[in-house]
Write a protein that binds this ligand. Structure first.
Ligand code: MG
Length: 303
């Protein structure tokens, strides 16, 4: 029998909200290519030795963010704890204008990497190095094969789909003030451009809620996600038939459950699951899968 959400008698799923990066889009290999594009551009400006050191620092801080994103609820990693105040200190301009902190700003990761190598942070350096970075991240992004499969499963089961993605920041550097500023409209547009590959799945801009200016894990963002989903469908969504899917338990899944979404699925790519998906022991509304095509097989308790 083909996997289908309709076969699971314990949980009828009619609405699915997916995270995008590393759930629908494989960003991991694209990020490596983008990092090397960044390094190459920096080589022109700084010479090979300095550029290599800056690139390595940029990569290690990016890896700190991705490692923290994979952590379980309540788990704060040591490297992340060190990095966070540094990210904050570079966005004085963002915070003073009342915006929330942009955790994933690559502009700031580059500023930190330059600072750590005693290289003055200049606007031309930030801009020229990040243009090829974003270009490469956009063009090298691929759709995960299991995402194609699960979207087919959703279509076959008649389940409606919506996407919710975090802000990438896309901050502007002010060299004189040595801080970054933020324009939410530009940030939304740049994030949509960066995810252009979604069009190959026939997903349009109205299928995606972008976390600007308020983003994950803020509940106000997820209330907006539910509103966007309903506006697109032209009808109410039934939360007891809704599933939230993400690779970040705390940022993608738990906030939607707090808003009343009945079920969540946490994608943990490197988990070995000989016996199929399991439920999270301390939160049995959340199933753990190592591949999206296992979503219909989550052993939900009867609702
Ligand atoms: Mg993700």
């Amino acid at each position: 029998m083909k996997p289908s959400f309709s076969n699971n008698l314990n949980a009828k799923i009619d609405f699915v909200i997916f995270d995008v990066d590393n759930v629908i889009i494989d960003t991991i290999s694209a990020a490596r290519m983008a990092q090397s594009a960044l390094g190459q551009t920096l080589t022109g400006a700084l010479g090979k030795e300095s550029a290599d050191r800056v690139e390595q620092k940029f990569i290690s801080n990016y890896n700190t963010l991705t490692a923290q994103a994979k952590a379980g609820a309540g788990e704060i990693q040591e490297n992340f704890q060190t990095l966070l105040p540094r990210i904050q200190s570079w966005q004085k301009g963002v915070l003073e204008e009342g915006w929330e902190m942009k955790l994933w700003s690559r502009e700031i990761l580059l500023a930190i990497a330059l600072e750590e190598n005693d290289i003055p942070v200049r606007k031309d350096l930030i801009d020229t190095a990040l243009n090829p970075y974003w270009h490469s991240l956009t063009t090298e992004s691929k759709i995960r094969p299991d995402a194609c499969q699960v979207l087919d499963i959703c279509r076959d089961s008649g389940a409606a789909v919506h996407l919710a993605t975090a802000s990438d920041g896309f901050l502007e550097f002010n060299e004189r003030q040595q801080t970054f500023f933020y324009d939410p409209q530009k940030a939304v547009q740049k994030k949509l451009n960066r995810m252009a590959i979604l069009q190959t799945l026939e997903l349009q801009n109205h299928d995606v809620s972008v976390g600007d200016p308020i983003g994950k894990p803020d509940e106000r963002f997820f209330s907006q996600v539910l509103k966007d989903f309903e506006a697109k469908l032209g009808r109410k969504i039934e939360l007891d038939r809704t599933l939230a899917v993400g690779d970040n338990l705390c940022d993608d899944v738990l906030p939607l459950l707090s808003l009343g979404v009945a079920r969540g699925a946490w994608l943990v790519a490197d988990e070995i699951q000989a016996d199929g998906p399991r439920l999270l022991p301390d939160n049995p509304r959340v199933g753990v899968v190592n591949s999206l095509n296992k979503l219909p097989g989550i052993p939900w308790s009867p609702s």
